[in-house]
Design a protein around this ligand. Structure first.
Ligand SMILES: [Zn+2]
Length: 365
């Protein structure tokens, strides 16, 4: 089963790509992909035209928009379409769905959950697919929704903060489980798809639990760099970065005082970067490797910024926005960029297992 997600221009490329990657990861019988045959501009235009005077979307307008998208993209009525936008529903519902037409709001999540829209929307994608199979109409779904929150996907959540119980259980109550089973038996819901959906919700739950436990610890989690590939790990999580990004990260670890991005192109900094990169580089000759990392340091085609933003995303995907800030390379334009983590929380050993000294252990002001 394939689900097409159409987004408006205000849903950023990067975050959307991370959403698709994360959501599709554990799936076998279900696939979420960017909706075909319509540009972001076209989708955005259709949404804008449907807004009321306050710039919001009434329920009817949402289904009207999806109908228009379906028509313009020439998709069959049984194709599942999701509209993802930062334009809000007039009643502030963050998700609404009937049959094969669904809407999800991509904004304001971090006010309640210290996370971008990625995890909650991933959860909604999965839970909406299950609910779509449970009930045929929005009326019936609304009627059956639980006004008393019981940690079930059918809990009626009027506000974004109320969804956190659902996310924590990622489950259906016995009554709804019975309904899901009977709808599977009667052919309204594919068992494999339902299992896939629970798998996705489980993944979101685990990610959020990991972050919650993380926040309980008064000390920052130790960052370990070790082994042949000089991989980076936090307790219980690998931070996946390319060799170029790991080299850049190590460079900033070695400079607790910070370095201005324009100064990266200084010869002695480039020499250091080349050295660090060549330890991990897995393609090209030594000369090619030196050229590649020099290009990054000189920000050719905006490569430096791209890598820095991918490095930030790697930490954010593991820890959430707020906690990631301690580990990421940050700075104001024109000012030194640095990693705020005190270096006593870094365990770095080189390929031979020898400790690497990365500066003073106390705070740099
Ligand atoms: Zn229930």
């Amino acid at each position: 089963m394939e689900v097409f997600i159409y987004r408006t221009l205000d849903v950023e490329e990067d975050a959307f790509a991370a959403l698709l990657k994360g959501a599709n990861g554990p799936l076998r019988h279900l696939r979420f992909s960017e909706g075909p045959f319509l540009t972001l501009e076209a989708v955005t235009e259709v949404v804008r035209a449907a807004c009321n005077g306050q710039g919001n979307l009434e329920t009817k307008a949402i289904f009207g928009v999806i109908k228009e998208i379906r028509k313009r993209a020439d998709l069959a009525p049984d194709t599942v379409i999701v509209l993802l936008s930062r334009v809000r529903h007039a009643g502030n519902w963050f998700s609404i769905g009937e049959g094969n037409s669904h809407y999800m709001h991509a904004d304001d999540w971090n006010l309640f959950m210290a996370t971008s829209f990625r995890l909650p929307v991933t959860f909604l994608l999965a839970s909406n697919i299950i609910m779509r199979g449970m009930y045929d109409t929005l009326e019936e779904l609304t009627y059956r929704a639980h006004s008393d929150a019981r940690g079930c996907i059918m809990d009626l959540c009027g506000h974004k903060q109320e969804i956190s119980l659902k996310l924590r259980t990622a489950d259906a109550c016995p009554e709804c489980m019975g309904r899901i089973r009977s709808r599977i038996r009667s052919g309204h819901l594919d068992a494999n798809v339902a299992i896939d959906c629970f798998r996705v919700m489980d993944r979101v739950r685990r990610d959020l639990m990991f972050r919650r436990r993380w926040r309980l610890d008064p000390e920052p989690g130790r960052l370990t760099i070790s082994g042949y590939g000089q991989q980076m790990d936090l307790p219980g999580r690998r931070i996946s970065m390319s060799p170029i990004q790991r080299a850049l990260y190590q460079f900033f670890l070695l400079h607790p005082e910070g370095v201005r991005l324009v100064d990266l192109r200084d010869e002695h900094h480039i020499r250091r970067l080349v050295q660090l990169y060549q330890v991990m580089a897995n393609k090209g000759t030594l000369a090619e490797q030196a050229t590649v990392i020099r290009g990054v340091a000189e920000d050719v085609d905006g490569k430096l910024q791209q890598h820095l933003s991918k490095m930030r995303r790697a930490f954010r995907e593991a820890l959430g926005f707020r906690e990631a800030g301690l580990y990421t390379v940050n700075g104001d334009p024109g000012e030194p960029y640095r990693i705020r983590l005190y270096r006593q929380f870094v365990n770095w050993t080189d390929r031979e297992g020898q400790p690497v000294d990365c500066g003073p252990i106390t705070e740099i002001t």
